[in-house]
Design a protein around this ligand. Structure first.
Ligand SMILES: Nc1ncnc2c1ncn2[C@@H]1O[C@H](COP(=O)(O)OP(=O)(O)OP(=O)(O)O)[C@@H](O)[C@H]1O
Ligand SMILES: [Mg+2]
Length: 333
């Protein structure tokens, strides 16, 4: 349903009077697809480009190059107004979606706004639809007249989800939808997201630092490192990643089967250490960005960037030294 082909998004940062401005490769050649009704989890350390990828997928920001398709239609070719109509199909929920909202709007006004804009519904019909959606996100009708400031964190997030749902989208990008919430509330919102996905046949791109939540909600998981997707694997293989970076990142997911418990200490760095300052990014570097931290580095890694290639029907990995990971798949490492 959603497909990104070789998408790039660089930002210029800093002043750079003398040598020109530095560039940050927020998204550095990403290709991936989300099928209808599917949840693709997107994980990776802070600053690796997850949110940028989400924004570019929705064309909230135009990519520098590359193409984005939705149902076979190329969104990157649409004009502003065509794109606007298309956005109905794709919505986004942020960490705290309501914070961008006018606090003087009631819940009803917030949730019905897209309906009045896009569907040109009259107020009565819109109200009925808003009631329906509030019910779907498990909020009572009495919330219609409340203001964002009168809601708990979990209730606000439910309203944010209601607003994303109201136009009947087919895909929702969830950008860390749980991270501003208490642990107990996180579980409730996660269950709600799962329920909504089934009842509305939604597809999600689920961006999260919470690996257990990702495992719970996702069908497949994409791992990002410094702007590139380094591995895509099915949920059931979450404990058997192949790329050295995914092995480091996903090693904190509890392993159910002892056969697949591996000793990951070789990858560990001191707690609290800022990885980005230890391994500074040079945006003109031609090689694999992970090679400074990788215990399996070979010469080729500093010469070019590995492409994301299928190692079996369901799993893709971008690593030149893939035999390293294969041993894990075989349980021999
Ligand atoms: N508008 C912008 N201008 C300049 N640089 C930006 C902009 N937006 C993002 N970046 C940079 O692009 C990189 C990727 O940012 P992004 O927000 O996509 O990361 P992220 O993976 O979502 O991180 P987090 O997990 O902390 O939310 C970062 O280095 C960030 O500083
Ligand atoms: Mg982010």
């Amino acid at each position: 349903m959603l497909e990104l082909r070789d998408v790039y998004k660089y930002y210029s940062v800093g002043r750079g009077w003398v040598f020109g401005r530095e560039k940050v490769k927020a998204v550095d050649g990403v290709s991936l697809a989300v099928a209808g009704g599917e949840t693709l989890g997107l994980v990776g350390e802070s600053g690796c480009g997850k949110s940028t990828l989400g924004r570019v997928a929705l064309l909230l920001e135009r990519p520098d190059s590359g193409r984005v398709f939705f149902d076979g239609r190329e969104l990157t070719r649409l004009s502003g107004s065509q794109l606007r109509m298309h956005r109905k199909n794709m919505q986004i929920v942020f960490q705290d979606s309501l914070s961008s909202f006018n606090t003087r709007f009631t819940v009803e006004e917030i949730v019905s706004e897209p309906l009045l804009n896009y569907e040109k519904l009259n107020k009565e019909t819109a109200r009925e639809r808003v009631k329906e959606i509030l019910q779907a996100v498990e909020l009572e009708e009495t919330f219609l007249d409340r203001y964002p400031g009168e809601l708990s964190g979990g209730q606000r997030q439910r309203v944010g989800i209601a607003r994303a749902l109201v136009l009947n989208p087919r895909l929702i990008i969830l950008d860390e939808p749980l991270s501003s919430l208490d642990v107990s509330v996180q579980a409730q919102i996660l269950n709600l997201l799962k329920k909504l996905k089934l009842s509305y046949g939604l597809a999600y791109l689920f961006i999260s630092h919470d690996l257990r939540a990702v495992e719970y909600l996702s069908d497949r998981i994409a791992v990002m490192y410094r702007g590139r997707v380094v591995e895509i694997l099915p949920k059931r293989s979450i404990n058997m990643p192949v790329h050295p970076y995914s092995r480091l990142l996903l090693s904190s997911v509890p392993v159910k089967h002892p056969r697949f418990r591996t000793n990951q200490n070789i990858y560990e760095t001191k707690k609290g250490e800022d990885e980005n300052s230890r391994f500074p990014a040079d945006w003109q570097d031609p090689g694999c960005a992970f090679r400074f931290r990788c215990p399996h580095v070979i010469e080729k890694c500093s010469e070019e960037k590995p492409e994301l290639l299928h190692i079996n029907r369901e799993q893709q990995v971008a690593c030149f030294n893939i035999s390293v990971g294969r041993r894990v798949v075989n349980g021999a490492d």
